[in-house]
Design a protein around this ligand. Structure first.
Ligand code: PLP
Length: 441
């Protein structure tokens, strides 16, 4: 294990050498926050190429749900690889059908479900949008400010957590209108209940003045907004949105790419509010690190797709399906409940920290999807963007991998298998990082 002195000189020599080679041949568009060069991972621990150990509280952007290289997941992948590597979604195989059965049995949507298997979050969103347009024959969509749904031309039309994601790419898919996501800490609209305020805005302003409700195919929303700042909506919001959709024959799409598969302490985040969508998108934590996305829809909707309406080459990859089957088993049996319990402990500890540090404006989240919003002062709630970036850098030097979200929110999205001792260790490192960041350069 490395010493504090080693960490001062991060990145180490091997990391520097690899980054120098990489710079010549890899796009600079990846938003890399700090120079972590991975060598190995086990559970919630990772090591860089110079042998430094880190606690991973970002899990590869919320992907390594069962921890790095969970033995049962690795075993499942190896067994699948011994059978065959690929056949494509134009054919059948046991693991693919089994995955669809397992997902359908979890009741992700209203009534019986069917799935379409793909490789990523953005591809699952594209599939959901195409399905909604196809079955309703309607051209428009509503999305939410602060939402993140991917970077291909359909999903990008909705993505709005940072303007840089859109910059230089217009026009994306036409027909998308954004409305505010209810933000309890930073209310945008008048009214004590921001959920109701947003619903009223859609119904009484948008539908009356600009967007004919009968032209809207679907509303795409993250049940708990991720990249936009880890915003937990008010309790009234999702059920109100469900009712609004039902009134107007609009489909409700929940993007659970980040919040799904046990992340929030339930299999799907929407279960916290007892609201089911017509279509759900999944990816990230679904296969513990292998690339897999799903469009899950009510069977009666999916059945409207004619042969050839949508498809892909790699969908249903047997290694990815095997990883997902093992992941689902672990999450269902242990890790969703663990995320709920350890997440509550973590939230409690962060709230104590909030009392100590004036710069922590808000702490929020569910399960192990937790945000800590940093502000320059608590009165004005001015986002402390530079402080947030500095905390990430110092946390890296303290041996803790973190991500940010929103304008100045530190996000915690560790593997779902962590226990309290991981949280305690992370908090020690976080406090040192906060101290260093507040002390300035
Ligand atoms: N939807 C949500 C809610 C996400 O958080 C993300 C990625 O962060 C995506 C979609 C896009 O997923 P991918 O990066 O796999 O395309």
């Amino acid at each position: 294990m490395s010493t504090a002195k080693d960490r001062d000189s991060l990145p180490g020599p091997k990391a520097q050498a690899l980054m120098a080679r990489d710079r010549l041949v890899t796009t600079p568009s990846y938003p890399r926050d700090y120079p972590f060069v991975m060598a190995k991972g086990r559970g919630a621990e990772v090591w860089d190429v110079d042998g430094n150990r880190y606690l991973d509280f970002m899990s590869g952007i919320g992907v390594c749900s069962t921890g790095h290289a969970h033995p049962l997941v690795v075993q499942a992948i190896k067994e699948a690889a011994d059978d065959f590597l690929h056949i494509s979604s134009d054919y059948w195989h046991e693991r693919m059908t089994q995955l669809a059965e397992r997902i359908a049995a979890l009741n992700p949507v209203r009534g019986p479900a069917q799935v379409l298997i793909c490789q990523s979050g953005t591809e699952s969103v594209e599939g959901a949008l195409k399905l909604a347009r196809y079955v309703t024959g309607r051209p428009r969509f509503l999305g939410f400010l602060g939402g993140f749904h991917g970077r291909s031309m359909g999903s990008l039309a909705f993505t709005s957590s940072k303007y840089t994601q859109q910059s230089g790419f217009f026009p994306t898919m036409p027909g998308v209108t954004h409305v505010p996501y209810p933000n309890i800490y930073r209310p945008l609209l008048a009214g004590a209940d921001q959920g109701m305020a947003v619903l009223d805005y859609i119904e009484k302003v948008l539908f009356q003045s600009n967007v004919p409700a009968r032209e809207v195919a679907a509303i795409l929303v993250e049940p708990l907004q991720g990249e936009g700042g880890y915003l937990v909506p008010p309790d009234s919001f999702l059920s109100g949105l469900r009712a609004l959709c039902d009134r107007h024959g609009i489909l409700l799409i929940f993007d659970e790419v980040q919040s799904g598969i046990g992340r929030t302490g339930r299999m799907f985040a929407c279960e916290h509010w007892g609201v089911a969508p017509d279509i759900m998108t999944l990816a990230k934590g679904l296969a513990s690190g292998l690339p897999l996305g799903l469009v899950v829809a009510r069977r009666e909707l999916m059945e409207k797709w004619q042969r050839g309406a949508h498809g892909n080459t790699f969908g249903g990859n047997p290694l990815c399906c095997a990883a997902a089957l093992a992941t689902l088993e672990l999450v269902r049996n242990q890790y969703a409940a663990n995320a709920a319990a350890v997440g509550e402990y973590f939230l409690g500890k962060l709230r104590l920290l909030q009392r100590q540090y004036q710069c922590i404006g808000d702490v929020r989240g569910k399960g192990l999807m937790i945000g800590m919003e940093l502000v320059s002062d608590r009165e004005s709630r001015e986002p402390a963007r530079e402080l947030c970036a500095a905390v990430l850098t110092h946390a890296f030097h303290q041996g803790l991998l973190l991500l940010s979200c929103g304008q100045s929110t530190v996000r915690f999205i560790p593997p779902l298998m962590i226990d309290r001792s991981h949280v305690d260790e992370a908090l020690e490192r976080l406090q040192r990082a906060l101290g260093a960041a507040l002390a300035g350069p």
